[in-house]
Design a protein around this ligand. Sequence first.
Ligand code: ASP
Length: 417
Amino acid sequence: MKVFKFGGASVKDAQGVKRVGNILESTPGQLIVVVSAMGKTTNALEILVPKLNDLEAEKLIKEIEDYHYSIAKDCITRRWKEQTISTLNKVFAELRETVKEYPADNYDERYDQLVSYGEFLSSRILGSYLSDEGIPNIWFNACSNIWTDNNFREARVDFTKSKKYFDQNVPIAFENANIIITEGFIGQSGSRKKTTLGREGSDYTAAIIAHCTNAESVTIWKDVPGVMNADPKKFEDAVKINQLSYQDAIELAYYGASVIHPKTIKPLQNKNITLFVKSFLSPEEEGTRIDGAITKLPVPCFISKTEQVLLSLSPKDFSFIAEENLSFIFDSFAKHKVKLNMMQHSAINFSVCFDSDPRKLPGLLQSFQGNYRVLYNDNVELFTIRYYDQATIDKVSKDRNILLEQRSRYTVQLVLK
Ligand code: ASP
């Protein structure tokens, strides 16, 4: 059994849904298919999370609704048409209700209840399209099988409990069809609230499912030919990497190579499950293979993270940056749910780089104001080069100011202004 994951770009229109159908139809054997929300639906749903006035909310819901109806109408034209429309009617009535009624006092909890509709809609439409084409498939509720804690928006998966559910429910589903369609990105907490696994989390869903079902491989279908050594939009000489070790894949994803979600690799590595990254535009091409082979990359990899904040803290009481200060600093970051992308400290200074998030920054800064001298630089770029040399460093830092630099054996990180 294999696991396939299709991202939002692959199902952003009716042509995309049909293309996915062709890939599935031409793949023999049992498949579990994980699908993300269509196009930019997650971003659109995010706007509904803060309570809006009724008119504004309705306008946004209508846009999301029209978008999904138009895709469904363009690709489901036969026996399944009516049933799909009636399912969509029900889902949108429920979404309207949730937007109106769900309490706004816990932003993260409300976020998960609303944003999870995107994956529900896309998986339903894809499943109906396949049925309409006569391709047997069965829809599988990710929420009832992937169990998490209630750390909304970044829920942690209970692998043991989830595995029990997969062991029980997957064989039953496969009795009905060779293709199981399910939602990426979402799960359910023990208190039966929907949870999400972090933005771009559908890759991780594919890895969780593969881990829990001992799948043979996972394929992530993208609009690029595979894992590239740099973003082709920024580096015209970017090349595709054919083979990657789990170790390099984890490092690259962690530093921000957006092609794979960073949490994806570990559950696969632990069971030695191969991961392929392939293009849905040219499925016959080989893509990138990620597995346990010990290989060093033949080319340097360039990863850029923009919209970063560089924050420097020094204790006002002239104490050193040692255990007590560090524990206070890390605690503040954890409390405000801010993830650190790079950090460095000296005797009296702690510098850290993280994603800029206007919702979190004021509270975070506030927590340091009393005891620390706080300096920060907005809108900087964090550049990581794996398998670097001086020439590659010179190339990316040309005409720019290096605010901070950190080197390890294979990796250099530069904060650039
Ligand atoms: N739809 C979610 C997002 O846009 C999850 C995913 O696409 O992986 O973040």
